[in-house]
Design a protein around this ligand. Structure first.
Ligand SMILES: [Zn+2]
Length: 346
C-alpha cells in the first residue's frame, strides 16, 4: 500500500544537514505557534491540530538519531505527499521511548489521529513501549496502536502483627508520580525547563485508598488492588497495585515463619515447683502449665497459636521461659530466701 511521503525537514523548515539544536529550536517555535490550545475556533483548531500533529511527527523522527538516520537513507529525492512504498528489506526497529520525548499535554492534542501511515510504514506500530501513566502524547496513539493496559505498580504496607492476623480495613496514602499539569509531561516550557516539575515532566502526587487487609496475611504476602495501578493508554484498562505486606517488629512476639515466639518470666519458686501462668496469644491470653523444675531457656509449645501456614494449618506459639527474681523483695520474702539458704548449708 502506497502512503504519502512526509518531508520532515520541510515540515520543520530546516535543511537536511541541520544540527540537533536547530531542529529542536525550529520544532519549539512551530509547536508553540500551532499548539491547538492557542487556536480555539473550530476551523482554525482543526488546522492547528493537523499541523501540530505533523510537526510532532517530524520532530519525533528528526530528534532521534536512529530514526533520523533511517529516514535519511530514503535519500533526498522524495517530495512531500509523493506516493511512497517502503523498500521490502525495511525492518522495523523496536525502540522504546520515554514520555519525555513527547511534548504537549493531556488536554492539548489528544485524539488528533496519531502518526501518519508513512510513519507507521517506516517505524512500525509495534515499536511503542509506552507505559507511563498519562504520558504526554498517549492520546495521539490511540487509534494507531489500540488499547494498552497500564503498568502494575508495587508498593509496601507496614502492619502490626495483630492487624495482619485479624485483618483490618486501612486507609493508606500512596505517593506516585503524576504527569506535570504545567507542561503536560514535556518537561519544557517556553524556552527552558518547566518551573513546576524542573524538567522531569512529572510531579509527586498522593492518593488515598481504602484497603481491606485479609485476615491471616503474612510478612511478604501481596494484596492485589485491581485497577489501582498505572493508567492505561488508548482506552486500555488500568494496571493493578500490589501491596506487599511488611510486618512491623512486635514488642511481645517474634515471627518465625508461621510460628511465634514469646518470652515469659517466672519466679524461682514457680520454676521450681511448677505453676499455671497467663501467656499472651493472638487469640487472647491463655493459661499455660509450667512443669516443676523448669529452667531458663526451655521452650514450651502452645499448639496452633501461631500464624496461618501455607498448607492451611496453623503454626504454633513457643513460649521461652526466663527465670528471674523480682526487682524488689519484701522482708518476708527475704526471710524465706534466707531460710532456703540456711537449709542448703546443712
Ligand atoms: Zn512540568
Amino acid at each position: 500500500m502506497a502512503v504519502a511521503f512526509q518531508d520532515y525537514y520541510e515540515i520543520l523548515g530546516v535543511k537536511r544537514e541541520a544540527a540537533d539544536k536547530e531542529i529542536k529550536s525550529a520544532y519549539r517555535k512551530l509547536a508553540r505557534k500551532w499548539h491547538p490550545d492557542v487556536h480555539t475556533t473550530g476551523k482554525q483548531k482543526a488546522v492547528a491540530e493537523e499541523k501540530f500533529k505533523k510537526i510532532n511527527e517530524a520532530y519525533e523522527v528528526l530528534s532521534d538519531p536512529e530514526k533520523r538516520s533511517k529516514y535519511d537513507r530514503l535519500g533526498s529525492n522524495w517530495h512531500n505527499g509523493q506516493d511512497f512504498q517502503p523498500p521490502p528489506d525495511w525492518g522495523n526497529n523496536g525502540r522504546f521511548y520515554s514520555s519525555a520525548d513527547f511534548p504537549g499535554g493531556e488536554g492539548g492534542f489528544q485524539g488528533t489521529g496519531g502518526f501518519s501511515d508513512f510513519f507507521e510504514s517506516l517505524f512500525g506500530g509495534g515499536a511503542f513501549g509506552h507505559t507511563t501513566a498519562g504520558a504526554g502524547a498517549t492520546g495521539t496513539r490511540r487509534r494507531a496502536h489500540g488499547p494498552r493496559r497500564g503498568q502494575d505498580v508495587d508498593a509496601e504496607i507496614e502492619l502490626p502483627l495483630e492487624e495482619a492476623y485479624h485483618g483490618v480495613n486501612k486507609t493508606i496514602q500512596l505517593s506516585a508520580d503524576a504527569v506535570c499539569p504545567e507542561c503536560g509531561g514535556a518537561g519544557t516550557k517556553e524556552r527552558g525547563f518547566c518551573p513546576r516539575c524542573g524538567g522531569t515532566g512529572q510531579v509527586p502526587d498522593t492518593k488515598t485508598l481504602e484497603v481491606k487487609i485479609p485476615a491471616g496475611i503474612r510478612d511478604g504476602g501481596r494484596i492485589r488492588l485491581r485497577g489501582q495501578g498505572g493508567e492505561g493508554t488508548g482506552g486500555g484498562a488500568r494496571g493493578d497495585l500490589y501491596l506487599k505486606v511488611r510486618l512491623l517488629p512486635h514488642s511481645v512476639y517474634t515471627v518465625k515463619g508461621s510460628d511465634l515466639e514469646t518470652e515469659v518470666r517466672l519466679l524461682p519458686d514457680q520454676a521450681a515447683l511448677g505453676d499455671k501462668v497467663r501467656v499472651p496469644t493472638l487469640d487472647g491470653p491463655v493459661i499455660m502449665t509450667v512443669p516443676p523444675g523448669s529452667h531458663t531457656g526451655i521452650r514450651l509449645r502452645l499448639r496452633e497459636k501461631g500464624l496461618p501456614a501455607n498448607d492451611g494449618q496453623r503454626g504454633d506459639e513457643y513460649v521461652r521461659l526466663v527465670i528471674d527474681i523480682p526487682p524488689t523483695l519484701s522482708e518476708e520474702e527475704k526471710q524465706l530466701y534466707q531460710q532456703l539458704k540456711e537449709l542448703r548449708k546443712k
